[in-house]
Structure formats: C-alpha cells, structure tokens
Design a protein around this ligand. Structure first.
Ligand code: GUN
Length: 293
C-alpha cells in the first residue's frame, strides 16, 4: 500500500508556483492576487480561509481577506462581489461557503465574474469543464486529478465509483474522470443517498472517491483488493485521548481499508491540502490569463 501524500505533493507544487511568481516579478509582471471573502463565524470556514491566505503568502502571491459579520445582507455581499469583479488588481476571488442562511448562495455564485471564478463554481466554468473546454476546475476535483497525475496512477478503462453527488466534488470529479485523456477514460458510477446497494457498487471499483461527509463510512469489506481510494472527507469526531478532545477523520475507515489498497489518501494530509494548492494553481492561471483573455 502506498500513501498518496497530499502534504508532500502540495509542497512540491507550491515550490513550482513560487518559482513562477519569481519569474513574473523579474519580468516586471503582475504578481497573482487572490481575495477570499468570509461571511460569519463558521469555525471550519475560518480554518480553510486562513489556510488559503497563508498558502498565498508562502509562495509570494498577494492575498486579501475580506471578513464580514454574519448579519451582512445579501445586497451588501453582492456589492462586495461587484467591486471585486471590477477591480483590475484582483485576479481571482472566492466567497467561502456555506453562507449564512439568509443569503442565497446561488445568487452570489452567479454574480461572480466567471473570469475571476477561481473556485470554478460558476455555471460558465462548470459547463465548459463538462464539455472539455478550458475552464477553472473546482479546487477539490482539480486537486484529485493532479494527485492522480503526479503519482502516475493508471485511469484508462478503470471503474471509478464516486460517493456523493455534490456540485463541488462528486458531480465534477465524475465528469473529469469520465472525459477523454489522462487522467480520465474511466467508467464512472456516481452513487448517492438513493443508491440501492452501495457496498456492492463500491466492491466493483478500481478507484473509489468518497465525498459524503460521514465519518469512516466506507468499510474494509466494501473495498476491492488493490483499489485506489481517494478520501475527500474532513470530519471532526470526539476523541478523549486527544488534548483537544477531538480528531479529524475521513469518509473512509482508514485503519480497515488501507491494508487492502494499492494507494490511499490519508486524512489529514491528503486531498484537503491539494484543494488549497489547486486554488493557487487556478489563481496563477487567472493572473496569466491562460483561460480567458
Ligand atoms: N466550502 C467548502 N469547500 C469550499 C471551496 O472549495 N470553496 C469555497 N468557496 N467554499 C467552500
């Protein structure tokens, strides 16, 4: 069994990005600038956003955190989005989800200029991705694809079973793995809460992508010997042996499943770090206008 080391990979990619930033700077070009908008006090969102900002600093990107209280109105947030759309110094920006209940996430996503949508959530980017056109890919699926590529994991003709049909992970990774080329050319099964016999579906998988948000849900006897297991879950569970009283686990029962796998991502230290790194890769693409003029 080989661990798919998201920490090592993301450090390598960040070093490559830092070199690119140096080159841009030497040529007198613009340094990539990412803005993160955080509304409210969701503790997980605070951790994710600060990790995005910190990673920008590490590699020499400019970053700005726009933080607003939970009472911010939808109109106020739309005005912030419009300002960022219009600001030529901003290459890309994200509005961290989830948003407070009184704000319509769909309305906010649609208001973001798709040319600055480095989260890849806007339907223009999603539609372009679905048709195999250049697009900002959503960060988690992009991170997974990059991980498969850099570990040279064979995907052509493999049967991939995805657990969870969210707009930001399950649905887009299903599309990306089924497209023509590498990594891709998989036969994909997208499973969800209404799937009849989930263990039976997972047992057929050469590649499992678990993105359902239920701690240690995927069990050892569901997984085929030699499978590649990508665990997207980040779940906090109580653990009296830890000083904090809790620990992070994925959607996969790692202890049971790992011995059966050819490759598996750990939690933490797997897909999560690649998600942040993919956002940085998108921001560099935005700054260089690689996808849109
Ligand atoms: N919430 C959970 N994941 C993400 C993400 O990738 N981007 C944003 N903006 N919000 C999220």
């Amino acid at each position: 069994m080989q661990l798919l080391d998201g920490k090592l990979l993301s450090e390598n990619i960040k070093a490559e990005l830092a070199t690119e930033v140096d080159l841009l700077r030497q040529k007198g070009g613009k340094v990539p600038h990412l803005v993160a908008v955080l509304v409210g006090e969701n503790p997980a969102s605070q951790v994710y956003v600060s990790s995005k900002i910190k990673s920008c600093e590490q590699i020499g990107f400019k970053s700005t955190l726009v933080q607003r209280p939970a009472e911010t109105t939808e109109a106020e947030l739309l005005a912030i989005v419009q300002d960022l759309n219009a600001d030529p110094d901003v290459d890309g920006f994200i509005v961290q989800l989830p948003l407070p209940k009184h704000i319509d996430e769909e309305k906010i996503t649609l208001a973001i200029d798709y040319r600055k949508d480095v989260d890849g959530f806007h339907p223009v980017n999603f539609g372009r991705m679905a048709q195999g056109m250049p697009a900002f890919l959503p960060a988690t699926p992009y991170g997974i694809i990059e991980m498969l590529r850099r570990y040279n994991i064979e995907t052509a003709g493999k049967h991939c079973v995805v657990l969870g049909r969210s707009n930001i992970v399950g649905t887009p990774i299903s599309l990306l793995l089924s497209r023509k080329g590498y990594p891709g050319d998989c036969t994909v099964t997208l499973t969800h809460s209404r799937t009849k016999d989930l263990p039976a579906e997972v047992r057929r998988a050469d590649i499992v992508v678990a993105a359902i948000g239920i701690p240690e849900f995927v069990k050892a006897d569901w997984v085929k010997e030699g499978a590649v297991v990508i665990d997207v879950g980040i779940n906090r569970i109580p653990d009296a042996t830890k000083k904090s009283g809790s620990r992070l686990v994925g959607d996969v029962d790692f202890e049971g499943v790992a011995p059966k796998c050819s490759h598996i991502t750990p939690v933490p230290g797997g897909v999560g770090l690649m998600t942040v790194t993919a956002l940085l890769m998108n921001t560099l693409k935005a700054c260089r206008k690689e996808i849109y003029d």
